[in-house]
Structure formats: C-alpha cells, structure tokens
Design a protein. Structure first.
Lengths: 189, 189
DNA sequence: TTATTAAACTAACGCTTGTTAGTTTATTTG
DNA sequence: CAAATAAACTAACAAGCGTTAGTTTAATAA
C-alpha cells in the first residue's frame, strides 16, 4: 500500500518553493534537492509538476467555497458575516500559508482546472459583494462605493499569507478581532 | 542614433506579458511574437531578459521613494499624509499598472539589483509605519495595533495594479477620495 | 550616389527543462 | 525464507531556453 504521506511531503515542500520563486521558476531538480533525493525519484509519488500545483490550489479553493456557503446560510447580520469571512481567511491561511501563495500567484499556470478555479473565485467574490450590498440596504454599512470596499477587504485578506508567517506567536483569534476592527471601523479616531 | 522608443515598446510589452504569466514563464520568443519580430532581433535593442526586468522595477521603486520623501517632509497632519500616500500609489499605478505587477510579483528574480530593491522597500515601509505611529501619538489615529493598520493599507495599495485597469473610466481623484475614506474611516455606518 | 545606420533576419550554440525506462536497495508481509 | 512492495537510483530523451554571430534590407545623411 502506498504511503500517502510521502506525496504530501513533496506537495508541501513544493508549495514552500513556489511561494519563494513562483511555480515556473521552480524546477523539478530544485524540488528534488529540497527533498534530498533525485528528480526522477519524485515520479514514484507524483504524476507531474502540473499535478502538484493542482493539488495545492484546488483543495484550498474548495475550502473557501465551503466556508462561504456556511456563512451565507447563517443567521447573522451583514457585519457579523463580514467578520466571519475575515476569520475564515485567517484560519485557512494560518494552516497553509505556502499553499495560499500559489492560490494567489500561480493559478494562471493551471491547465485543465484553470476554468474551474476561475469560476469558484468569481462565485466567491459575488457572494462577498452581495453580503456588502445587503449591509448597505439594511443600513449597517456606509452607502459609499461598495466595489472599493470589496476590493480593499479582499486585497488585505489575500495578502495574509505574506504576513501571518512573520508573526508566529500571534493568536489567530486576536488577529481576527484586530483585523476586523481595522477593516470595518477604519483607523480614524 | 538609436531610437530609444523601440526599446521602450519592448519593455512595455514585456511588462504586459510579465503581468499575465510572471517573469519566469515568459520566454524571449513569447516577447518577440508579441512584438511581431524574431527573438534574436530583440537583442538589437535590449541587453538581456534580466535587464528588462530591472528597467521595469527599479524606476518604479525610485518613484515611490521620491514620492515618500516629499510626503515625509511636508507640513501636514498624519491623516493628510496617509491620504497623500494613497494618492501616490493611485497615480503611479494608473500610469503603469503592468509594471506594478512586476514590482509586486517578480522582484525576487532581480539579480544585482535585488538587494537595492529590498532596501528601498524596507525604507518605504518604515516611513509608512512612522507616519502611522506619529498619528497615534498625536491622537489622530486609534491606539490599536499599528502593524495591522500598516499591513491592511499596504496590501490594498499594492493590489491596485489589478483593479485600476478594470475601471478604465474611473477618475483617479475620485478613486483617491473613495479609497482614503474606506481605509481611514472604515465601512461601518 | 555613396556611406551610414537602425532594425530586421537565419542559423546555431550550450544548457536546462520535465519526464520516462529500467534497475537497485531495503523494508515489510505471507 | 521467499515474495512483494516502496522508494530510491542512473542514464537518457526531446523540446525549449537565453543568447551570439554574422547577414540582409530599407531608410536616412553626406
């Protein structure tokens, strides 16, 4: 029986290298060296370089989709839903920041799954936007440009993969509260 | 006498391709095809692929450095300085969004200039942080986590290159006001 | 007209890429 | 012990990479 853990080691190591230099700049020989083996040996565990990227990205994309479904269908005010989105990003990212780098920066190198990924991302953004618009309708959120709000929140949440690993001893609950406060209430006194 | 404009066409075309696929995934043959010539012909105008990347990134990095110096030395409140930083990012990015993609995503593929770039970026972040901290001291800005504030603002500003080209008919002054409002006052009513 | 020059071309180079085939080694299972 | 299996290895491949050398073409300057 194949030990699935060796493959996962390879995928995790690949994610780390992809974060540092991007998918295209990482060679199978780089990856092999990082694993302490020869490049050809990698193929006892994985099908192709492409397949590694797919493994990294698609599972994360589906985690976000699933999380968003739960938030959408929850009984909560719009502001509470936004806080849950912040928390979702922080929890997924802190578990796998390297993979999040690929999700953000290397999705265009997907092949068969690229269309699927783009679809999931668009649906996610649409759900996010709708929550903001509902908040505007219900007078919870300012009636200014909702596209700017969506853009600003998403940009920040998508950059978490760069920031979370630098603050190792940071409690994710505290971060979630701090970040929600800044994103929702601003910085002005 | 060499016409400098042909080289600039190549650099601009390269920036566009680098934005779409990243520096490493763009070959000189891709770039040549986009210019309607053969790969070897590119070398009548440029020294190397590396050199194109350097041209794109370093000039932009120095624009930011220069802009930050002006803001630092200006007579303005901390909040006003932050608004000027927002405006700086929007103006530089709207002039050259493709180049900003390389600045954000391909800087690690610089060679001799990588250290210089990293230095400029650190100084920029330090100046940014100091403006926030001064605002906290002078009671203009909330006394919550200033690292979170810096991270959130910078993440949003660094993502502008993805967003500005999608909103072509957008007035940069209006955008600057809207974005400053969201970043500084939040979205909460 | 002749000389100069900008900007394209063809052909090729040495190197690196992802990947395959076939083999060896060491551990686990019947 | 024998058989099976996981996981490494060596060697090699065809294709693609950035880049160079030398040449041709067409427009401009003397």
């Amino acid at each position: 029986m194949k030990t699935e853990t060796r493959k996962e080691e390879i995928v995790q190591t690949a994610a780390k290298l992809f974060k540092e230099k991007g998918y295209s700049a990482v060679t199978m020989r780089d990856l092999a060296k990082a694993m302490g083996i020869k490049a050809a040996s990698l193929y006892n565990h994985i099908n192709s370089k492409q397949d590694i990227l797919k493994d990294i990205i698609i599972s994360l994309a589906e985690e976000f989709t699933q999380g968003m479904q739960l938030i959408k269908s929850s009984e909560a005010t719009s502001i509470e839903k936004l806080k849950k989105i912040v928390s979702l990003h922080i929890h997924i990212t802190s578990r796998n920041p390297n993979g999040m780098a690929s999700l953000n920066n290397d999705w265009m190198h997907l092949e068969e799954q690229k269309h699927h990924y783009i679809q999931l991302r668009h649906r996610y953004e649409d759900d996010f936007r709708q929550i903001i618009n509902e908040g505007i309708k219900s007078n919870e959120i300012k009636k200014s440009n909702s596209d700017v709000m969506l853009f600003s929140m998403l940009s920040t949440l998508r950059s978490l993969y760069l920031w979370i690993p630098k603050k190792e001893d940071l409690n994710t609950e505290t971060l979630s509260q701090n970040l929600s406060e800044v994103l929702i209430d601003g910085i002005n006194k």
